[in-house]
Design a protein around this ligand. Structure first.
Ligand SMILES: NC(=O)c1ccc[n+]([C@@H]2O[C@H](COP(=O)([O-])OP(=O)(O)OC[C@H]3O[C@@H](n4cnc5c(N)ncnc54)[C@H](OP(=O)(O)O)[C@@H]3O)[C@@H](O)[C@H]2O)c1
Length: 337
């Protein structure tokens, strides 16, 4: 079969299209899927680069989020049959490990998956939309709902709102009844975020986004005049955005984080944290129940998986990764093998 194989850590030149990669065969508890759509996550860039503390078994087929059809089943598989349409929950909750990082993922025509990682999808949901959900949307769901407990009437500021996790955060905050401030790097992305439900858009390319947010939602103050600031900031960007975003929050506000695209060891300003009694809330990964809840929201018309317009075949996987890295996309980038 065809697969895009990462042979060594480095740049996109390390991806090689292999037209004779071994066809996967199922062990007793596995199925083989024909991959119909695989969506990119920023985590794929970390896997490609190599991350301290995470050993990636190279060569590896990357690709965390995927959906497809069952084409073969192992002897012990009872709940799935050939032809079933499924999405993969990419954490192996029995043996451990993340698909596309610890074992082969979706940059291929076919993939072997333990049956316990599959969730059936209905005919109305496209493979691309289904493949947008587990990692990015699952993480957003846990961060916003379980950990962040977004409430109706709150003001929620989302940095990096145009990407996979961000575009889901915007929709979840809106669905929870919050006023949503979406921040992104271009007017085009902000227009799409407004269409998704954002109430206010702030362009952080070039402008002073802290001042702009404070001008609209007030500046946090302690004491009798204390009124300003937003209730929640969602920041998975880190780097030099971290201390700036603390200054957007009202007294007792919450900052939610699940990642650090621009740097995991930012400068800190403890004075702001204690003075305004801020709450820093971490969130990691998702549960199967989060994937199920998101699929139910999509079925009910309460959430739309946002996929980037241009689709990439396997042959252009490196180009798709370059689009992700250069931020030239909206929502989730889809590879269709
Ligand atoms: N802990 C977990 O379980 C977990 C799970 C999923 C994701 N994450 C983390 O969450 C973060 C977002 O993931 P994602 O897949 O949603 O990423 P993504 O689709 O690439 O979106 C990230 C967005 O952040 C903005 N951005 C701001 N500064 C950036 C920078 N220096 N480099 C790249 N983008 C920048 C970009 O939008 P603009 O161009 O508009 O600025 C981009 O669209 C990543 O750090 C990822 O590792 C963590």
């Amino acid at each position: 079969m065809k697969a895009v194989v990462l042979h060594a850590h480095g740049g996109n030149e390390q991806f090689v299209l292999d037209t004779h990669y071994p066809d996967p065969t199922p062990e007793p508890g596995d199925v083989v899927l024909r991959v119909r759509a695989c969506t990119l996550n920023y985590h794929d860039i970390f896997t490609r680069n190599g991350m301290p503390g995470i050993k990636v078994p190279l060569p590896l087929v990357i690709g965390i989020d995927l959906a497809g059809e069952v084409v073969a089943t192992g002897s012990e598989v009872r709940d799935f049959t050939v032809g079933d349409r499924v999405v993969v929950d990419p954490i192996d909750r029995v043996k451990g490990g993340l698909m596309g990082e610890a074992f082969d993922g979706g940059f291929a025509e076919y993939v072997r998956v333990p049956a316990h990682m599959l969730v059936k999808i209905n005919d109305e949901l496209s493979f691309a939309a289904a493949a947008a959900i587990p990692c990015a949307y699952g993480t957003a769901y846990r961060m916003m709902m379980t950990r962040g407990r977004i409430q109706p009437g709150e003001t929620v500021f989302v940095l990096g709102a145009s990407g996979g996790v961000g575009s889901c955060c915007v929709q979840l905050a809106k669905a929870a009844g919050a006023t949503v401030i979406a921040a992104a790097s271009s007017q085009e992305k902000l227009d799409r975020l407004t269409a998704l439900g954002a109430d206010v858009g702030i362009n952080y390319a070039g402008g002073d986004w802290v001042k702009e947010c404070q001008a609209r939602f007030g500046r946090a103050r302690v004491g009798p005049r204390d009124q300003g600031g937003v209730d929640v900031v969602v920041n998975f960007t880190g780097g030099d955005t971290w201390t700036k975003s603390l200054r957007l929050l009202r007294k007792d506000g919450r900052i939610l984080t699940c990642g650090a695209t621009a740097g995991y060891d930012p400068k800190e300003d403890l004075r702001v944290i204690w003075t305004f009694e801020l709450n820093i809330i971490g969130s990691n990964g998702w549960g199967r129940e989060d994937v199920e809840a998101l699929l139910a929201m999509v079925r009910a018309g309460k959430l739309t998986p946002e996929v980037h317009q241009e689709r990439f075949p396997l042959e252009r996987a490196a180009e798709a990764m370059a689009a992700l890295e250069s931020r030239a996309f909206f929502g989730k980038i889809v590879i269709e093998p």
